[in-house]
Ligand binder design. Structure first.
Ligand code: TYM
Length: 382
């Protein structure tokens, strides 16, 4: 993707986490400090699990690790005020399995709390920020990506997909109220806009803010929105939270996840690096090839690895078991032990993962195909 003016770090190893770019080694503790978010505490996890039977894998393993006002939302919920969920996707291309991480968790929340989800497809955002994108293309991907979303298992009755270009009439008045209250100076310091940034992009954050507040317009109910997403989206919520109460709404709450890494040495899974990303439409042979080329924590030779063991902490393959493909904590711990002890070599671990991933993707694609018949039921109900 070619950006008109991507706000970016100067040197290659420097950590950069913005909604448009994630680079360098991500230090999540530092992000909590610098973004001013809160860590997810054991007490808060206990509170959540009291409503969800057991703790979801992504909470147990601290994949979701930070929040803003989740405690407030839980307290309100316990006192009878429900919340709505809000998340989204910038449809610039096909969906990769990193995108599925927050969606899987969002579906869990929808099911356990019986809440409505607003899902924003930002076909306008991707058009504005990518020099090469055309509107027909981003709108086509919005449809394609919605199929992936539906395949995760969201309930049609409670899922409201907003396609920005098509549904802007629903968002526009709220967007204007938001835009009027955010100064250029705030937007520039939050997002790093430059003189060369096009003015559509500068206005854009007000559009991503609007779904936080749409529930009141549609139903008359004033309830908070809870936003599950990776931490790259947080700058949007900072500016939105500043103005929410002035407009008579709750501040939107967030729960932030880490990035599923790519298959290279470090870095998040990113569509701009297709060779180290697994897309939901990748055929089995492509998945196999990508996994076999992946960066691992293995040693130069099998003999050396049997003797000294490998390092799962730096291994991209191990992360896939950790994030998505080994639900059983005991089995995950056993895999880690065997790896460190040199009892399981990278070839075996990769072969297992290829099998699990291809099975997952095959089932996902079956549900995705069926979604073509139901996709209209998910379009925002007016
Ligand atoms: P986008 O399309 O960049 O990303 C969609 C969602 O996926 C998350 N994400 C990841 N999560 C885990 N591991 C990764 N490697 C990874 N890469 C991306 C993102 O954080 C996001 O949650 N501007 C947004 C679209 C949007 C939105 C929202 C997102 C509109 N409203 C509300 C979240 C919440 C975008 O371009 O997302």
């Amino acid at each position: 993707m070619k950006h008109t003016s991507a706000p970016s770090g100067e040197n290659n190893n420097e950590m950069v986490v913005t909604p448009w770019e994630v680079k360098g080694k991500v230090d999540y503790e530092r992000l909590i400090r610098e973004f001013g978010t809160q860590p997810l505490t054991d007490d808060l996890l206990k509170k959540i699990s009291s409503h969800t039977d057991s703790l979801h894998l992504q909470l147990r393993r601290q994949i979701f690790f930070s929040h803003r006002d989740l405690d407030t939302v839980m307290n309100l919920y316990e006192n009878g005020t429900k919340f709505v969920l809000y998340t989204g996707r910038g449809p610039s291309g096909p969906v990769h399995i990193g995108h599925l991480v927050p969606w899987i968790f969002t579906r869990h929340l929808q099911e356990k709390f019986g809440t409505r989800l607003y899902f924003q497809m930002t076909d306008d955002e991707k058009f504005l920020i990518d020099d090469d994108a055309s509107l027909p293309e981003t709108r086509k991907y919005a449809y394609e990506n919605a199929l992936d979303l539906i395949a995760i298992g969201f309930k049609p009755k409670d899922t409201y997909i907003i396609y920005d270009v098509e549904d802007m009439d629903l968002l526009y008045d709220i967007t204007l109220e938001v835009a009027k209250r955010i100064t250029y100076s705030t937007a520039r310091s939050t997002f790093g806009f430059q003189d060369s940034t096009n003015i559509g992009w500068v206005f854009w954050p007000a559009i991503q803010a609007a779904p936080c507040f749409i529930h009141k317009k549609l139903t008359g109910e004033n309830v908070p929105a809870l936003i599950p997403a990776a931490i790259d989206q947080d700058p949007y919520w900072r500016v939105t939270r500043d103005i929410a109460q002035k407009l008579g709404y709750y501040k939107p709450a967030q729960i932030h996840c880490r990035f599923l890494p790519g298959l290279g040495a470090g870095g998040k899974m990113s569509a701009s690096m297709p060779e180290t990303s697994i897309f939901t439409m990748d055929p089995p042979e492509v998945v196999k090839k990508k996994i076999w080329n992946a960066f691992t924590g293995g040693k130069g030779t099998a003999a050396e690895q049997r003797k000294t063991g490998a390092d799962p902490a730096v291994c991209s393959i191990f992360q896939y078991y950790f994030y998505l493909f080994e639900e059983d904590d005991a089995k995950l711990a056993e895999r880690e032990r065997k790896c460190r002890a040199g009892e399981m070599l990278c070839g075996e671990c990769k072969t297992d993962l290829v099998g699990k991933l291809n099975k997952f993707l095959e089932q996902h694609r079956e549900r995705r195909e069926k979604a073509k018949d139901t996709i209209e039921q998910y379009h925002i109900k007016r």
